[in-house]
Design a protein around this ligand. Structure first.
Ligand SMILES: [Zn+2]
Length: 428
């Protein structure tokens, strides 16, 4: 049985364990980069893609070399797991249902993470609030058991972010689709100004600010300090980062992680409520990647309003539309609801009362919708959410006219063109 639920806990390694884990994180990143470079190279030379099975054999040979002792320190299973993740990154790149960019190289500042297969780890409970996990070559590491695991561990990932170390488990619980909950359906308009407007409600759901005013001020202060310290390092230290600069960067990272955690918390509460308390949830079937494309243009044809577009992109992504959709997909399954993505055309210009489409009804791009045909007046986002609900009701569960990209038959020429367009020429 495959993992069907994720569980993440805060990990408390000792200072010795922490040093080892940091080393592993950098090794895993280096391995990813080397393996990716090898795949790119082999593709350029022979026109074929190397897969993890083959690279695992190279890895075994490399681990035996005496000058690559650092590579042998990483547990073999973790190295193999890194290569398998690279396979997944390639599969996503070639997938038509879910096209991703070409796998990217990981820079030094990238989030440290060490993936392990489920059979490499073991967990035992210490008491009500604490448990420990056995990691190969490292032994038992304690973690805070903030909720029960509830299933068989299929994989584990140790990672470090701004607030410290965490361990995430992929757990096979054997979730079955819940019976329909029989509650009334709703439509949701995910906006920029209002974070979300539910058609059955009279007030928008607003995302609380990620940082308090004091935290925001502290962040701006730290950013200024960082800029100053970098200038100093360039001028007097040959660009070498001082320990104080590193500390400033760590403090900035901590604040940013806190902000991201709060955003994630809001998103989880919102999607759980939507899935739990509604028979179906209608959302706009949007393509986030095309929506948040850059306005930069090319060198010959520079784009207009680049700054404004990037600011808008930030507010769209701040509401994490892709994450909301992904969460709704699995939570609806869990709570007996149904996710119905509807065609998004003109939802903001359609009158929810008479159904007429007219851009005149949204004059001045204000928050007010005033229909020029029947005189219906409403908050623009609420009007859109009612229209989305109506469309979701019409689809009756079978999704039609999706904006998802139509499948293209992949030809070798098409693949080569995509690889050429997206591959970086060099890497560090
Ligand atoms: Zn109308």
């Amino acid at each position: 049985m495959k993992a069907d639920m994720g569980r993440r806990y805060r990990l408390y390694p000792t200072s010795v364990q922490e040093r080892v884990l940091t080393g592993w994180g950098h090794t895993a990143r280096a391995l990813w980069n080397v393996a990716l470079a090898q795949r790119v190279h082999v593709y350029e030379q022979r026109g074929r893609t190397v897969r993890a099975v083959e690279q695992c054999r190279f890895l075994t040979q490399a681990r035996a070399e005496s000058e690559l002792a650092w590579l042998a320190e990483l547990p073999a299973q973790a190295g193999q797991q890194v290569l398998r993740h690279l396979d997944a990154a390639y599969d996503n790149f070639f997938s038509h249902a879910h096209p991703a960019g070409f796998p990217a190289f990981k820079r030094r500042g990238h989030r440290l993470s060490v993936p392990l297969p489920g059979q490499a780890v073991a967990v035992r409970k210490l008491n009500r609030h604490w448990a420990e996990v056995y990691l190969p070559k490292l032994g038992w590491v304690r973690f805070r058991l903030s909720r029960a695991l509830g299933g068989t561990i299929r994989n584990a990932t140790v990672s470090r972010d701004g607030t410290g170390w965490h361990i995430a488990f992929g757990v096979a619980i054997g979730i079955k689709a819940a019976l329909p909950n029989g509650k009334p359906g709703c439509g949701v308009d995910f906006g920029v100004a209002a974070s979300a407007y539910v058609s059955t409600e009279t007030a928008p759901r607003l995302k609380p600010p990620g940082l308090t005013a004091a935290e925001g001020a502290r962040l701006r202060n730290l950013e200024r300090r960082k800029a100053r310290q970098i200038t100093y390092a360039k001028k007097h230290n040959g660009g070498k980062y001082s320990n104080r600069l590193r500390r400033t960067i760590a403090q900035i990272g901590k604040l940013k992680t806190r902000e991201a955690n709060r955003r994630q918390d809001f998103t989880h509460q919102l999607t759980t409520d939507l899935a739990k308390n509604h028979g179906f949830v209608g959302i706009e079937d949007l393509r986030v990647t095309s929506m948040t494309g850059s306005a930069k243009g090319t060198l010959e044809q520079p784009g207009r309003n680049v700054r404004a577009k990037s600011g808008l992109n930030r507010s769209i992504l701040d509401n994490c539309p892709g994450t909301r959709r992904r969460q709704l997909e699995y939570k609806c399954h869990l709570y007996g609801s149904e996710l119905r993505p509807v065609p998004p055309y003109h939802t903001s210009q359609t009158c929810a009362a008479c159904g007429k489409v007219d851009p005149e009804s949204r004059k001045g791009c204000g928050r007010l919708f005033a229909c020029v045909h029947c005189g219906h007046e409403d908050d623009a986002d609420h009007n859109a959410s009612v229209e989305i609900e109506a469309r979701a009701r019409r689809t009756g569960g079978s999704v039609t006219n999706s904006t998802r990209r139509r499948p293209v038959v992949p030809s070798p020429a098409h693949r080569r063109r995509r690889m050429r367009e997206t591959q970086p020429a060099t890497y560090e």
